[in-house]
Design a protein around this ligand. Structure first.
Ligand code: ZN
Ligand code: ZN
Length: 591
């Protein structure tokens, strides 16, 4: 190749680098995906200063011979097979095959690789090969990328803060580790271990490595399928929740994808199990014939379209719902555990939040305890599995037999059995009972209505009366008979039998309020849900209402019959358990 030609090439690589390589994570991605292509089962990613000084990826894959090693860093290298699978994984890196030369053009690279018996060493500086030699013959490839953008100061300025670069990399490596539980991933920054997965094809262990034992032992396995899709994975119990939906992870045929509709489906399945604006941790593997998906290749994100989406959504929703319904979800109070050594925390939450624009952060970056590093992750794996097993053993019964022991703060019913002590929030419990009752009545309307002894007259401003007139059929379906009475007045003549006694007028007015609040995306199902939740709250005994022993016992019996007895319609807990063991531990009767 002539010198001038070479300079041209370096220049065009540098230009391409601007489009292809933006952040340290782009480099990590390219190198890690090359390692996966090379059939590595062990991939180590070592960063110095969040990758800004050095990114080193060591794998035990098939390696390259000298010719391939040199070719890999030239533009339009064709050594790599461009099959469908390759196209499928073009997610953030533009066109694969161009990324390595681009990275090389804006950094200093050392490659050590060995395919058979001979190790090859190549040094590249700013796109120019400065050394080609031999090195020790260790199976696999090691690539060190140093001083990214050292020769393009304008690009260098675009790198985020150290924490920003690091969180992007952690987010990426977490997802790739979840996608490939059969590969052992190790991620370090300045010598500190951030992630260390076992690579033994156990997804729960990867979840444990990323989120810690507390999350892992609160994950429920899930499996489902229909004619087209196979789904497996783990969903968190409602007590584990996060402020963002970042941890709803869907992996399709081995690749993490982003699909808002699937996320919405998962969130809907958790409806009332989890507080509003809180989100579960979910890792779902979806296997499907590739002819049923359409991958939209966009430089910055990976979106995907599914054929037979409705069937897929239904299957996921049912699977999540059935998993939650099948298990005892009474929240347990546990004696505080020994603190995890603070030295292990790589980045504290405060630090991150100070440094990052919060909005962007909420969208893309995991936070909270995910940054807690567990160096001895191996030890926790055993415990995790054991605890998950024992939890499942005695969780067949939703609400066990309980004996009322008293009431505290005129709000919480204290109960006991031989397993522990329970507190039941009387308002939340009654709210749940009424909510399920009303929702059932609303979803299966009968014709039982009562004429009102004193019809209620409702007067509305003209604009609102127009809205109400448009929606009178909704009231009619509910067996609320309303007649227009002059310009902007209405008379309510009858109502369904199930409306809370003594509170009928109030209930009707609230239903009308909800009708006036109807938005364009009206769905009867969601409307009924709002009506049931609103009426349930108003109809239920309050904190500070005094109940007789019999009323308390009836309340517990009714709660036990609920589909989800653990949460009020707003996701707050109805019942909390202190196990006998935990109580004895607190009193030092057991150690
Ligand atoms: Zn309430
Ligand atoms: Zn509530």
């Amino acid at each position: 190749m002539s010198r001038i030609h070479l300079m041209d090439e370096i220049l065009s690589n540098k230009i391409a680098a601007g489009e292809v390589v933006e952040k340290c994570v782009s480099v990590v991605k390219e190198l890690v995906e090359n390692s996966i292509d090379a059939k590595a089962t062990n991939i180590k990613i070592e960063l110095i200063e969040s990758g800004t000084q050095e990114i080193k990826v060591v794998d035990n894959g098939i390696g390259m011979d000298k010719e391939d090693a040199l070719l890999a860093f030239q533009r339009h290298a064709t050594s790599k097979l461009r099959d469908e699978d390759d196209l499928y994984r073009i997610d953030t890196l533009g066109f694969r095959g161009e990324a390595l030369p681009s990275i090389a053009s804006v950094s200093m690279i050392t490659i050590k690789t060995c395919s058979e018996n001979l190790g090859t060493l190549v040094n590249i500086e700013g796109g120019k090969i400065t050394e080609v030699g031999t090195c020790e013959a260790r199976k696999g490839t090691t690539i060190e990328v140093k001083k990214l953008f050292y020769n393009t100061p304008a690009r260098l300025k675009h790198l985020g803060s150290l924490n920003n670069e690091l969180t992007n990399i952690i987010d990426y490596v977490n997802k790739i580790a979840l996608s490939y539980p059969d590969i052992k991933f190790t991620l370090t920054n300045n010598g500190k271990i951030i992630l260390n997965t076992p690579g033994d094809n156990n997804l729960l262990k990867v979840i444990n490595a990323i989120y810690g034992t507390d999350v892992a032992r609160n994950m429920l396995p899930l499996e489902a399928s229909n004619d087209d899709y196979e789904i497996s994975g783990y969903i968190s119990k409602p007590i584990i929740s996060r402020a963002t939906r970042t941890h709803l992870i869907t992996i399709v045929n081995g690749r993490v994808v982003k699909n808002n509709e699937l996320n919405k489906t998962i969130i809907e399945a958790y409806h009332t199990y989890i507080m509003e604006n809180r989100f579960p941790i979910v890792v779902l593997n979806i296997t499907v014939d590739s002819s049923l998906i359409d991958v939209n290749i966009h430089p910055t994100k990976m979106d995907i379209k599914f054929s037979k989406m409705d069937g897929l959504k239904e299957t996921i929703k049912n699977a999540v719902h059935n998993t939650l319904v099948s298990i005892n979800l009474i929240q347990k109070v546990e004696h505080p555990k020994p603190e995890i050594s603070m030295a292990d925390i790589v980045i504290s939450n405060n630090q991150i939040q100070q440094e990052l624009n919060l909005e962007r952060y909420e969208e893309t970056i995991p936070f909270n305890d995910e940054f807690i590093v567990k160096e001895e992750t191996n030890i926790t794996y055993g415990n995790t599995n054991k605890e998950v097993e024992t939890l499942e053993e005695n969780e067949s019964e939703k609400i066990p037999e309980l004996y009322v022991a008293g009431v505290v703060f005129a709000t919480y019913i204290v109960c006991q059995n031989n397993l522990g002590m329970y507190l039941i929030d009387q308002h939340a419990a009654k709210e749940r009972i009424n909510y399920e009752l009303f929702l059932n009545k609303l979803s299966n309307p009968d014709n039982n209505s009562i004429d009102m002894l004193f019809p209620i007259t409702i007067e509305l401003p003209l604009n609102e009366s127009i809205i109400l007139k448009e929606h009178l059929h909704i009231l009619a379906n509910m067996n609320i008979k309303v007649e227009e009475f002059g310009m902007n007045s209405f008379v309510v003549k009858s109502h369904p039998v199930w409306l809370p006694k003594g509170n009928e007028e109030n209930a009707i007015r609230r239903i009308i309020d909800l009708i006036l609040d109807i938005k364009n995306d009206f769905s009867l199902e969601k409307f009924n849900d709002r009506v049931a939740a609103t009426l349930a709250c108003k109809a239920s005994i309050k904190a500070n209402d005094t109940l007789s022993l019999e009323e308390m016992e009836n309340l517990i019996d009714d709660l036990r019959k609920c589909k989800n007895p653990y949460n009020c319609p707003h996701g707050r807990p109805t019942i909390i358990k202190f196990t006998k063991y935990e109580i004895e531990k607190m009193f030092k009767r057991v150690v």
